[in-house]
Design a protein around this ligand. Structure first.
Ligand code: UGA
Ligand code: MN
Length: 313
């Protein structure tokens, strides 16, 4: 018997799941066809807003996300970095993906950085909202953090959002999910382990907004209030429960995950002598990427290992 490759296995698994759910398989498989070089002028543009900030993991996160977004047509990526001026290293990285993008420097005001619960990504999203209000008339807005995981199907689901669409987000809180709950196709409430008196207890990645609808609410904005950013933004849009367009197979499937990367400070590597081998440029690159720096006096001792024996660098 011939061995099944990963693609065959995936198709089989997906097919059996679709049968179980009674789904239309043609729509499912359509997403795997290569659309990158075709024109889709009639499709609304998705404005994908990503807050980001400098830390050891930043380039890894943006590389993974950029390479997800490369699969999506008619998408404009707005990357708003929590820095005073645009970082050229990040600018160069963004060009690599070939996706239309806007790079914004949007530092968090110092007063919020010092607060006990920091409203992460708010200055960034507010700056992106300002850019959209000034430059864009139609399309769909989506807030996708740099460390989340996105199924390509999500983009087909949100692209035709009329006002606000909503769907489950995986790996949130004590339920491992946050989702609207439906009854006969209508939202009757929310399943989220941290209600906190919110009208819309949803995650930032759990909704998309039509830009025409956003523009019809000129004062809608996101507050600097940790934990309440999504809720108060949606309330400021005058959203009603009956306006919500459920997605993700009627809020039963996970198409986005709130993955989190373990964060560690950039490494300091102790290297006493100048190196004349490939490490010289590798270490320069690590510094450029914000991952590590070398020092002659402190940090983890640099070692060169050969045949199990080590030599201090
Ligand atoms: C959760 C939600 O998924 C976020 O959408 C929400 O903004 C955040 O909580 C919050 O309310 O504080 P979480 O994974 O806990 O997110 O937070 P991070 O992923 O660390 O930060 C959210 C976004 O803000 C990320 O895209 C991150 O790159 C950015 N960020 C974080 C900054 O721009 N500056 C920071 O100092 C920290
Ligand atoms: Mn996160």
């Amino acid at each position: 018997m011939s061995k099944q490759g990963p693609v065959q296995r995936k198709l089989r698994k997906s097919a059996s799941r679709n049968q179980y759910l009674g789904k239309d398989e043609t729509k499912r498989f359509d997403i795997t066809s290569d659309k990158r070089n075709k024109k889709f002028d009639d499709l609304p543009i998705i404005y994908f807003v990503t807050p980001t900030y400098p830390r050891r993991e930043q380039v890894a996160e943006l590389t993974r996300l950029g390479q997800t977004l490369m699969h999506i047509v008619n998408l404009h990526w707005i990357i708003a970095d929590d820095v005073p001026t645009c970082n050229t290293m990040i600018g160069k990285l963004l060009k690599k993906f070939g996706i239309p993008f806007t790079h914004i420097a949007s530092p968090m005001p110092d007063v919020y950085r010092k607060s006990s619960v920091v409203p992460r990504g708010v200055a960034n999203r507010r700056a992106a909202l300002g850019w959209i209000r000034k430059n864009i008339h139609s399309g769909v807005l989506y807030f996708g953090d740099d460390d989340n995981t996105f199924d390509l199907e999500l983009f087909d689901e949100i692209r035709f959002t009329k006002k606000v669409s909503m769907f489950p987000v995986g790996l949130i809180g004590d339920y491992s999910v946050s989702s609207p709950v439906l009854m006969e196709g209508k939202v009757i409430g929310f399943f989220d382990s941290w209600p906190a008196k919110r009208k819309f207890p949803v995650d930032m990645a759990g909704f998309a907004v039509n830009i025409g609808f956003l523009l019809s609410h000129p004062h809608a904005t996101m507050p600097y209030k940790a934990g309440y950013e999504e809720d108060q933004f949606l309330v400021s849009l005058g959203l009603k429960l009956e306006d919500i367009e459920p997605k993700g197979n009627a809020c039963t499937e996970i198409l986005v995950w709130h993955t989190q990367t373990t964060k560690k400070p950039a490494s300091t590597i102790r290297i006493s002598q100048p190196t004349d081998n490939s490490l010289k440029v590798l270490l320069e690159n690590l510094k450029y990427l914000g991952m590590a720096q070398s020092s002659t006096s402190k940090g983890a001792q640099g070692l060169l290992t050969k045949d199990g024996a080590t030599k201090q660098l």
